[in-house]
Design a protein around this ligand. Structure first.
Ligand code: URA
Length: 205
């Protein structure tokens, strides 16, 4: 890349004292969202009601990554608005934050029928969008919710009980895997560990 200082010295030598650098707008979340809203990369495009792009602050320090929209999310086009979402709100509150401070998205942007697990081809087709979201936001921390988000990003097949709470990195960004809120609703004995994970996130901020 051309060294800016050398470029300005060269301009000055040519008798040019002022130069306004044109600012080229890089990729933005809203630009990405426009592309994702029309996506037909996999079969879920035929069954979805709404694409659930994700929402929150484009400058979020933490990005939470879930699995896929459920029925209520598909109806509303917003992530984590059902029962699991209420619990996620409490987890976020524990960090001392609100939804406006963070960004929430999913591996899949469209609901799998009957809330089945994402198929590998669906996750592969949608992964580029998640990576683009992370590239644009560049959060300080990624928190994956459940095994699908972790395994999709890290390209592993680890059980959640082995990885949960163990800090790792993804593309140089600290990544903390915790339980999925839907799992916590079914396995309330695990909630204490999720609180501990939120406390860890708070100290990392
Ligand atoms: N479960 C998820 O993984 N994501 C949502 O948006 C809702 C429920």
């Amino acid at each position: 890349m051309l060294d800016a200082k050398r470029f300005l010295i060269a301009l000055k030598n040519m008798g040019i004292d002022e130069y306004v650098f044109a600012e080229k707008e890089g990729p933005t979340l809203s630009g990405l969202k426009k592309a994702v809203m029309n996506c037909e990369r996999c079969g879920l495009a035929k069954t979805r009601k709404n694409v659930v792009f994700g929402e929150g602050s484009p400058k979020a320090a933490i990005v939470f990554v879930g699995e896929a929209p459920g029925e209520e999310e598909d109806n509303q086009g917003r992530p984590f608005v059902g029962r699991a979402g209420k619990l996620l709100d409490q987890l976020i509150e524990r960090i001392g934050l609100t939804r406006n401070d963070i960004f929430i998205c999913n591996v899949l942007k469209c609901r799998p029928p009957g809330n089945r697990d994402p198929e590998p081809d669906e996750a592969a087709a949608c992964k580029e969008y998640l990576l683009a979201q992370l590239d644009i936001i560049r959060p300080r921390i990624i928190c994956t919710l459940g095994r699908h988000a972790y395994n999709t990003l890290l390209e592993t097949d680890a059980p959640i009980t082995r990885i949960r709470g163990k800090l790792t990195t993804f593309r140089g960004i600290p990544l903390l895997p915790t339980y999925h809120p839907s799992y916590l609703l079914r396995s309330q004995g695990r909630i204490k560990e999720a609180w501990e994970d939120m406390d860890k996130l708070k100290t990392m901020l």
